[in-house]
Design a protein around this ligand. Structure first.
Ligand code: MG
Length: 382
């Protein structure tokens, strides 16, 4: 079998799908994207594609190493997201060619179902509580919300009180019947993270995510030493080589590699195994589309330390398309009691509505994250 063509489709809300064709008529789909820089990743995919045309798609390990090590400069969000989507599509081809779901090729199921969580948004506590009630009725008992809005490098106690009040109201409304993680989104500086985590601790969040940016990872062990709440991070780490440093230095209880950002299933399978050796859980990051989600699920079903799966149904970013809009077999990704079951179809298990993808890609928006500024005009982290 030989790879004959790579086609990319940028899509609402902020996704990109990749189709890899072969001379035997089997095609694979991947989702190479970094949110807000889809066109840049698209250029990288097509540059990498030059070395893929004519190659045997079954040799995923060799093609991965060729894409990674075959260039003097490597790593980072753009190149690793491009490799990730290509890698996903190659696994899809292999599974389809062999007639089995990808998790069968990775050793088979380690669990029967995986718990998913849902985002809840809204600025006022009442909105969040109403959102949780609605989702609870559909079977979710685990949620994630942003821990705060923009936070100054040193900020006032009103900001802290406002953030804590939301969380306190949630815990008061639901007692111990729900779990929720709090995503600081890299918005918080190291000094304020210490303050905020201490104040939030009594309300027993499941984890604190990106309490500081990945580029301040030296603070993860220091922050963990000051709290018993598990610290989670990893959506802005892009390879084993990024994860090895945080694992070796300790501090994270949960790593959150993104299957569409960190080199795909090939690389994230290895990252999960490294985390297992450190007794660290895995909760794959996935605010993206259905192929990224399916890739996460194949990892969740083979990695014993996978604990929780993010998914983007109803997420505040999904303007213009929902998670399963481009999928012909949405029933395979429906949740029961807040859990996903293993996909059953060969490959990644996503039947892509190609006609709709082609049509919608003709008018895809270029999503950008907002630019936030502090009251004094300086740029804030979003
Ligand atoms: Mg996050």
């Amino acid at each position: 079998m030989k790879i004959t063509r790579l086609s990319t489709y940028r899509l609402a809300p902020r996704w990109m799908f990749l189709k890899i064709e072969t001379d035997e008529g089997i095609t694979g789909w991947g989702e190479p994207v970094i949110e807000g820089r889809a066109r840049t990743v698209e250029a990288a995919v097509h540059e990498l594609g030059e070395m893929l045309i004519g190659q045997d798609p079954h040799r995923i390990n060799d093609l991965w190493q060729t894409m990674y090590r075959g260039a003097f400069y490597r790593g980072g969000p753009i190149l690793m997201s491009a490799i990730a989507g290509i890698d996903e599509a190659l696994w899809d081809i292999k599974g389809k060619a062999l007639g089995v779901p990808v998790y069968q090729l990775l050793g088979g199921l380690v669990r029967d179902k995986i718990k998913a969580y849902s985002w809840v948004g809204g600025d006022r506590p009442a909105d969040v509580i109403a959102g949780i009630k609605t989702l609870q009725a559909t079977g979710f008992d685990t949620f994630k919300l942003n821990g705060c809005e923009e936070m100054g490098i040193i900020d006032n106690i009103r900001k802290v009180d406002a953030a804590v009040a939301v969380v306190a109201e949630i815990r008061a409304a639901f007692g111990n019947t729900i779990e929720f993680g709090l995503d600081f989104h890299g918005r918080v500086s190291a000094p304020m993270a210490r303050v905020l985590i201490k104040e939030l601790e009594p309300h027993r969040p499941l984890f604190i995510e990106e309490p500081v940016l990945a580029e301040q990872a030296e603070y993860y062990p220091r922050l963990q030493a000051a709290t018993h709440i598990p610290i989670a991070a990893g959506e802005r780490m892009f390879s084993r080589f990024d994860f090895k440093r945080v694992l070796a230095e300790g501090g994270l209880g949960i790593v959150q590699p993104d299957l569409s950002h960190a080199g795909g299933l090939t690389e994230c399978h290895k990252i999960a195994a490294m985390a297992e050796a450190y007794d660290v859980a895995v909760a794959p990051h996935c605010p993206l589309g259905p192929i990224a989600l399916a890739s996460c699920l194949h990892l969740d079903f083979v990695a014993r330390n996978a604990v929780l799966q993010e998914q983007s149904m109803g997420i505040h970013y999904n303007k213009g398309a929902e998670l399963l809009d481009y999928v012909l077999n949405p029933q395979d990704f429906s949740m029961a009691d807040g859990h996903f079951r293993p996909p059953t179809k060969p490959g990644l298990g996503v039947e892509v509505n190609e006609a709709l993808v082609i049509e919608r890609s003709k008018s895809a928006p270029d999503w950008r994250n907002p630019l936030w500024r502090y009251p004094d005009g300086a740029v804030a982290e979003w």
